[in-house]
Design a protein around this ligand. Structure first.
Ligand code: G6P
Length: 615
């Protein structure tokens, strides 16, 4: 979380930095700040509580000249969101300023040591410790700034991506990375810095991704960035071409990114399947399954590690893999797994699912599994992300950048890739017969078309949302493949409308949640026509007997559930294991429209961030 941006070159830095911050605002929006060295050599630091737009207002009448600067948008960890705790933080002398994403774990020890030596602190943040430590090392050991950074980082435990400005050297930015993402854009006579490539792509598609323990020295006038490690050994990094375009990170006429991303799903799923699903011969090819066939088809067990929405996709993945591949699957919250003592070895395959590819808990779970010899398969959306690089192999989602904080298209992208993986492994193992295999592949290829048709329900779902905006609680029910869909629907509603919502397997309701049912409780039931249809019908009867307000997701043409439900949304018919790719969509739209009716900030809900790089 937290977004960092930097610029050094010939342009005015401020507009580049502000635009970059807006692109990174999905990472956190508690406060924002900018540091610029003006053409006359002054260091100007401006900070404001709230969003980047609040910073812009605050800065409106200030001097923002200069063509070197750094900027930050914060998701608060240490210290409440206010302008003092906002970044950039300044060293005691006023010469150094720093922006940081991550957490310095041993900050209180270092802070005490520095305070004992007379260093005074202004903020409650861990970040200020970093800049003060660097300055202390520089002055006490009489070394240059790069050496001071190297020596200081040897003392620091934790995660960071930071950028450092020195007022006395307006031609240089020093940056470093450990466990938090950092990308440098290499333009002509100019360099850009970002937590991801989105602030950079407008200016250049040439980027360098930093690795852990990299220190970068970015100097005006040089053609290349210089890299070294903590031991001052020079490092070489290849400049890569980033495949992102501006259209992908703009709203394209939609009022919110979330709605745009919901509507993009048919195209995203086509992109995800492109080159992988061959409909002429009904066949799925995943390069990872070809390259690592032995590890994948002989796995004793799969362990899926993920957080949030990705964990919900993992629950669907479990059902798909167990059904099509006959291999047992466990699904773990990465945050729990990383501190457990799992019985795991080289016969196990860990599937790490992460939209951002930067989630700290998922990354730590991977490292733990790796240390025990497991083979790691990554499923990320962000190309070149930390998780993508930490895994042995994997498959990208290819659904394009997801910017709305509430995940939508990445979820269906994850389920699509999990389906392709299960099909490819099942086929290779011979655990799925040819007829079933071809049927699932063929039906999978039709999902985008069915989603397009389904999205026509948008206005109808908006009308339903208007009816239920009053609700203070919601229950979501589903069974089998639709149980994780119920969990995901409830999470979407909580995230963006701040209405309390719980997802349950429909039959579990009678073991407790049914006590909550009265005529004010809306219950969303995914009641599509599959093997559990009659069972779910009975669950709906039980709800209606207690006067619940039932909103049902039904298969097109259904009559029985429709008669019972207060409201319903029809989804096209498909085979059971692919139902989540359709039944999820009305729930995404319901959460979206309720949040809009309640005038909530759909794309940037309070307290959340899209990329959770702290544990
Ligand atoms: C945050 C986001 C969620 C996301 C979760 C896991 O909580 O707000 O939308 O599902 O992190 O993120 P990942 O990038 O690992 O999928």
């Amino acid at each position: 979380m937290c977004g960092i941006v930097g610029y050094i070159g010939k342009r005015d830095a401020y507009p580049v930095l502000i635009k970059g911050l807006k692109r990174l605002e999905y990472r956190g929006y508690d406060s924002a700040g900018v540091a610029l060295i003006s053409n006359s050599g002054e260091l100007h630091v401006y900070k404001a509580k709230g969003k980047v737009s609040d910073l812009e207002q605050f800065v409106a009448d200030k001097d923002v000249s200069g063509n070197i600067g750094i900027a930050h948008t914060r998701w608060a960890t240490h210290g409440e969101p206010n302008s003092t705790n906002a970044h950039p933080h300044i060293s005691s002398s006023g010469n150094l300023s720093i922006i940081h994403n991550g957490i310095i774990e041993n900050y209180s020890t270092i802070k005490r040591q520095l305070q004992d030596k007379g260093v005074e602190f202004k903020s409650e943040t861990d970040t200020e410790v970093l800049v003060q430590l660097i300055e202390y090392v520089q002055s006490s050991q009489q070394v240059d700034l790069l050496t001071a950074v190297r020596l200081a980082l040897r003392e620091v435990i934790g995660a960071y991506a930071f950028a450092l400005l020195d007022k006395n050297n307006p031609d240089q930015i020093i940056a470093a990375r450990q466990s938090s993402p950092l990308v440098i854009g290499v333009g002509k006579d100019e360099f850009f810095l970002g937590s991801d490539a989105s602030p950079i792509i407008e200016y250049t598609d040439r980027v360098v991704y930093l690795d852990n323990q990299d220190i970068a020295v970015i100097t005006r006038g040089k053609e290349e960035v210089e890299f070294c490690n903590f031991n001052n050994e020079r490092l070489e990094h290849e400049v890569q071409t980033v495949e992102l375009n501006l259209g992908q990170i703009e709203k394209g006429g939609f009022p919110h990114f979330m709605l745009k991303e919901i509507f993009e799903q048919p195209r995203c799923l086509q992109d995800s399947m492109r080159g992988r699903v061959n409909i002429d011969v009904n066949h799925v090819v995943l390069s990872a399954v070809i390259d690592y066939r032995r590890q994948l088809i002989n796995a004793r067990r799969f362990i899926i590690v993920a957080c949030g929405t990705s964990w919900h996709a993992g629950l669907i993945g479990k059902q798909l893999i167990e059904c099509l591949c006959q291999i047992p699957v466990e699904v773990e919250y990465a945050s729990e797994f990383r501190y457990s003592n799992p019985v795991i070895d080289s016969r196990d395959v860990v599937i790490a699912i992460s939209q951002s590819g930067e989630t700290a808990d998922t990354l730590a779970a991977i490292e733990l599994a790796k240390s025990r010899g497991a083979f790691i398969y990554g499923m990320c959306n962000a190309v070149g992300s930390s998780i993508a690089r930490a895994t042995h192999t994997g498959s990208y989602l290819h659904v394009g950048p997801e910017i709305g904080v509430a995940s939508t298209k990445a979820f269906t992208g994850q389920v699509t890739v999990l389906t392709m993986l299960a099909l490819a492994i099942g086929k290779a193992r011979g655990t799925i017969n040819n007829a079933d295999y071809e049927k699932v592949v063929s039906e999978l290829s039709k999902i985008p078309e069915k989603q397009t048709k389904l999205l026509e329900c948008n206005d109808h779902v908006r009308d339903i949302a208007r009816i239920f905006t009053y609700a203070r609680n919601f229950i979501y029910l589903g069974r089998g493949y639709n149980y994780p869909v119920a969990l995901e629907g409830a999470l979407k509603l909580k995230e963006i409308s701040y209405i309390h919502a719980e997802g349950y397997p429909a039959a579990e309701m009678k073991h407790g949640p049914i006590a909550l049912i009265d005529d004010e409780m809306p219950v969303v039931v995914v009641a599509t026509q599959n093997v559990l249809y009659d069972k779910v019908m009975s669950n709906i009867q039980e709800l209606k007997a207690r006067h619940a307000r039932v909103i049902a997701i039904v298969t097109e043409g259904d009559t029985r559930v429709k008669d019972l439900a207060d409201e319903y949304v029809e989804v096209p018919q498909t085979i059971e294991c692919l139902e989540p790719l359709l039944s999820t969509i009305p729930l995404q739209l319901l959460a979206y429209h309720i949040a809009v009716c309640k005038r909530k900030d759909v794309d940037q809900p309070r307290n959340l961030a899209k990329s959770v790089t702290v544990e």
